[in-house]
Design a protein around this ligand. Structure first.
Ligand code: SF4
Ligand code: SF4
Length: 696
């Protein structure tokens, strides 16, 4: 017995030693990243961790796999609880030591629930294997899953089945030994699962039973020690690191991008040379290699479960582009491990002349992203692949001046004309001809104030098709007696397309110019029909000195309707018409605005038909992330065509939208499908104008 105890002690110490070494290696690798701050209250972070990591909140969007995953997850926890007893028994030669310490009922309850969970783990793992190898779910068969990632996932499932089988077999032998009163196998525990298989031992001798019980005990404990160390080199490590990862996850709206200080300082110095510190920033612009990423972004890579929910929801991937957000995270992890190995083998100053950008992630992948945030929304452990994509774009643009030709033109237009197209800034206010729209300059000159500023946006001001939305909305404001004004010729691009295309300098330059104008008029409330302007001003301007109450026009209109300030004609032409609503990523997933547009449509007493992919699961129109200004990357189909097909499948005659880019993309899709004579794409404001008989 003493030899068994010594062997166990050695195995246990060895397992713990290598586990600690492995954890130290992971921490060292994460520390290769940059330190960062984590804005927001700790209470919100704890809540996030409890709900997302512990409560598996995001998993429960799909209940069946969520329940199976819950069984495996609880199985992991019970292994740890049950391990405590096994370790004490192993070290001190006792048997079921807790049976003599805990009240019998409690001990029976614990062992009984361990058994049920162990059985459920086996069921769940078998179901997961069937999902991979029989049903062959497409997300498990993407190119990045070839080779090791698939073997890793399979190995984990087999390991768990084996561990639970050893546990149940050990208990089954124990039950029979207890029944026979052999040696120190005293009566202890309730065995709802293993007692069902115990009768199989009836003809087996005591010696064989003891050998079986001991062998399974050893296989189980050694298996756990090996599995514990295997975790660290496998995707299964998420069971541990998901907790800190969700704690440190971003609390701000999903569509909000960071505004790096090194750019802010330089832009401030350009706009106001007296504020310049004289120090030149000499660090990296954007991200080229993993050492440029933040520690949280590196922790994201270790937290990735390779489940592929992000890739499954990615519009670029769905339409055959090379981009896969899961691959982005796997690449970050692989490169981080490679840099870590280089340091171990050759010292910290070694360079292998490789970088994450180019050697792992190609430009084609990066330029396929529509910044729709579907990957961020779907990720069960709050990973943000989009932030990494934008950081890599920033490096391409700011250090290497590399971006698709059309985006060079778009950025030049913003720089020269204050709009992404080649329109004259002098024409910016032409949309208002004949409407008697006041400007802030006029109001200020007459000493008047307004309740709200209507931010028109570049599409609203220049795009011939979209001007009708601007005119409709302005007339609705007039009809509802809202005190408002516009900036007119003083408005300029918010910087959204520049920022999303990686040109952070131009984006911040635009932002600070606009903030100066807005602050000079003491603006407090802003309403805009453009979700991109809305997101940029609401979420990204505060870090640069511009904090306002910003509303998207859908929210504003819904509120006017609910408060009775805007009446919709009882017998309007939209009554009973089939209308489907396409969620814009930048108000929907990006900022949680899902109900307001639907409230507006319901006010027409229309037949609102939801697409299968709506609200959080809504598919991007393909325009975001500056895609609308460039050709799509090569793929099997176009994003807007796929989304239009989903809209057409509802049979609705009107596709309602609430974004200038969505309108362009969906209208193009409807034309491509030769449905433009039957199906119309309309903004919410246009629909209200139609319902109320406004002449636009
Ligand atoms: S933001 Fe959208 S397009 Fe970009 S990687 Fe994520 S899911 Fe794909
Ligand atoms: S990033 Fe998140 S959603 Fe994507 S594979 Fe990893 S864990 Fe799954």
């Amino acid at each position: 017995m003493i030899i068994e105890q010594i062997l166990f002690g050695m195995a246990f110490a060895g397992g713990i030693y290598y586990f600690v070494k492995g954890i130290q290696r992971v921490i060292r690798n994460i520390q290769l990243g940059k330190k960062t701050t984590y804005p927001g209250p700790a209470s919100a972070r704890w809540k996030n961790m409890l709900l997302v990591a512990f409560g598996q909140k995001k998993m429960f969007k799909r209940p069946v796999p969520a329940l199976l995953h819950l069984a495996v997850y609880l199985g992991f926890i019970i292994i740890n609880l049950e391990m405590l007893e096994i370790i004490i028994d192993g070290l001190f030669g006792t048997h079921r030591v807790f049976a003599s310490v805990l009240p019998t009922a409690l001990y029976n309850l614990l062992i009984g629930s361990f058994e049920v969970l162990a059985f459920l783990v086996i069921v769940a793992c078998v179901a997961f294997l069937i999902r991979r190898y029989v049903i062959k779910l497409s997300r498990f068969n993407k190119p990045e899953m070839a080779g090791w990632p698939t073997k890793d996932a399979t190995l984990i499932l087999i390991f768990e089945i084996a561990l639970m089988s050893f546990f149940l077999t050990m208990n089954a032998a124990d039950v029979e030994l207890q029944r026979r009163g052999v040696g120190h196998y005293m009566q202890a525990g309730a065995f709802p699962v293993s007692s069902l298989i115990a009768p199989l031992w009836s003809g087996v001798s005591d010696v064989v039973l003891i050998i079986t019980e001991r062998a399974c005990w050893w296989l189980h404990i050694i298996g756990v020690l090996i599995f514990m160390n295997y975790l660290i080199i496998s995707k299964h490590f998420h069971v541990i690191i998901a907790f800190p990862n969700t704690y440190y996850a971003k609390l701000s709206p999903q569509a909000m991008l960071s505004s790096p200080d090194y750019v802010t300082n330089e832009v401030k110095a350009i706009l106001d040379p007296s504020s310049a510190s004289g120090e030149q920033y000499s660090g990296r612009f954007g991200v080229k290699d993993i050492t440029d990423l933040t520690r949280k972004q590196l922790m994201d890579a270790y937290s990735c479960t390779e489940c592929g929910r992000c890739t499954d929801a990615c519009p670029a991937n769905q339409t055959g582009k090379k981009l896969s957000p899961r691959k982005i995270m796997m690449d970050v992890r692989d490169r981080m491990e490679e840099v870590g190995r280089n340091i171990d083998q050759h010292g910290p100053s070694f360079t292998d002349n490789k970088t994450l950008l180019h050697q792992y992630i190609t430009e084609e992948e990066l330029w396929a992203c529509t910044t729709c945030q579907a990957c961020v929304e779907e990720c069960p452990v709050n990973i943000d692949p989009l932030a990494i994509i934008v950081d890599l774009r920033r490096n391409l643009v700011l250090e290497d001046s590399k971006m698709p030709g059309e985006l060079v033109g778009m950025n030049t237009n913003i720089e020269n004309n204050g709009a992404p197209w080649q329109f004259s800034p002098a024409d910016r206010f032409n949309w208002a001809n004949g409407l008697n729209i006041p400007t802030m300059a006029e109001k200020a000159a007459s000493g008047e104030t307004v309740d709200v500023l209507f931010w028109v946006g570049c599409s609203g001001a220049f795009d011939d098709r979209y001007k009708s939305v601007t005119r409709s909305f302005a007339q609705i404001l007039q009809q509802a007696n809202i005190s408002f004004a516009v900036l007119g010729l003083e408005e300029t691009c918010t910087g959204d397309p520049a920022k999303r295309s990686g040109n952070e300098f131009l984006a911040q330059m635009q932002a600070m110019t606009n903030i100066q104008t807005l602050n000079q008029y003491g603006i407090q409330r802003i309403v805009t029909a453009c979700p991109h302007c809305f997101n940029t001003i609401k979420n990204e301007y505060p870090a640069l000195g511009g904090t306002y109450e910003v509303m998207h026009h859908s929210t504003f209109l819904a509120k006017l309707i609910e408060e009775g300030k805007l009446k919709i004609n009882e017998n309007n032409p939209l009554q009973g018409q089939a209308i489907t609503y396409h969620d814009s990523c930048y108000i929907g997933r990006g900022n949680g605005v899902y109900e307001a547009p639907r409230t507006v449509i319901e006010a027409f007493k229309a037949d609102l038909r939801e697409m299968k992919k709506c609200r959080t699961k809504g598919m991007c129109c393909g325009a975001g992330g500056a895609q609308v200004f460039k050709e799509e990357e090569p793929g099997t189909s176009r994003v807007n065509i796929t989304r239009t097909e989903q809209a057409l499948n509802t049979g609705a005659g009107v596709i309602a939208a609430a974004c200038p880019f969505c309108i362009i993309m969906m209208e193009d899709g409807v034309k491509q499908k030769n449905k433009d004579s039957d199906v119309k794409v309309k903004d919410l404001a246009e629909l209200i104008a139609e319902a109320n008989g406004l002449k636009v």
